[in-house]
Design a protein around this ligand. Sequence first.
Ligand code: AOS
Ligand code: ZN
Ligand code: ZN
Length: 390
Amino acid sequence: MTPETRTRVLDALRRQHVELPSWAFGNSGTRFKVFPQEGVPRTPQEKIADAATVHRFTGVAPSVALHIPWDKVDDYTALSAYAASEGVALGAINSNVFQDNDYKLGSVTNPDAGVRRKATDHLLECVSIMDATGSRDLKLWFSDGTNYPGQDSIRGRQDRLAAALSEVYDRLGDEQRMLLEYKLFEPAFYTTDVPDWGTAYAHCVRLGEKAQVVIDTGHHAPGTNIEFIVAFLLREGKLGAFDFNSRFYADDDLMVGAADPFQLFRIMFEIVQVGALDPDYGIAFMLDQCHNIEAKIPAVIRSVMNVQEATAKALLVDVEALTSAQESGDVLDANAVLMDAYDTDVRPLLRDLREDMGLDPEPLKAYARSGYAEKIRADRVGGEQAGWGA
Ligand code: AOS
Ligand code: ZN
Ligand code: ZN
């Protein structure tokens, strides 16, 4: 690696920004069982403190996404000030129109106008919360869909979705954005109202430039070429954010980079090629994970490190050599250039980066030594632990 390459790569990595989900620190599980862990946060403030701890050891996770109502508080301006005092900012506001009895047949696409009103009002409330927290992004994921052919009008539901999105879009401030997430299936099994990037993209195009698509890496059919979607949306200026995680089967929400680090590298290569890694470009690189059986804070630290490793490898691709091989039609050479970067052990480089940033080069070991895990286990007794749905 030339000194110029090294400087370029380190500069880009120093500016990298991964956003953490507040819910990754709470208890979670499957539909069969939630395994509670000791020391888990009981309040939004404690979740923020845990996220800030991950930032202290990694240096590249300076914001935390909230989920409403799981992170509901009376005073969001005060919550924002608390986050700042912990050294992080509040990030995307995630809405929740999937955990209420009223939403059995859908939220904004429900056949009942009253339920649609309630769901849309919740989304509007989330924008008011963004006004107070200073958050830029409203993240929307709809569990809406149907289970049986004939259950509802596929087309009618698209009309209802468009109407709700448009009402919420009109409420956004100049600096605010709407991020629309898609998911192939689950909890609905027959039709999903926003099942794929094309549907999300089409709604976002109609809405306008403040609406962009979220790619959750776990929300595709097996074998889907996610980096193609990344490249396409980037080209159209419609990629707003990622929800990073790993999947083996469906929406597994495992640690990013655990199942398929090569896919993560291929995604990050599409990103770095157009300079979209820089926070000023506007893409939010968020994690959306649940740590059901592993310790939560170290799992989030590991995930951030996995994103950094994939990014460092992507930044190391010799673009000049790649372009020349591509232009001369040398398939094997082009592939070899990409694989050379992927096969590089970037861990020494990342250790140097952390030292440059005044951090311990080994975040997981440093966290283990810090005593934070013991402290939260001792302090957080009594009260109700945060978790899926609380
Ligand atoms: C659901 O499958 C999605 O991934 C959403 O991003 C969801 O809002 C998030 O998991 C928090 O509930
Ligand atoms: Zn997600
Ligand atoms: Zn998901």
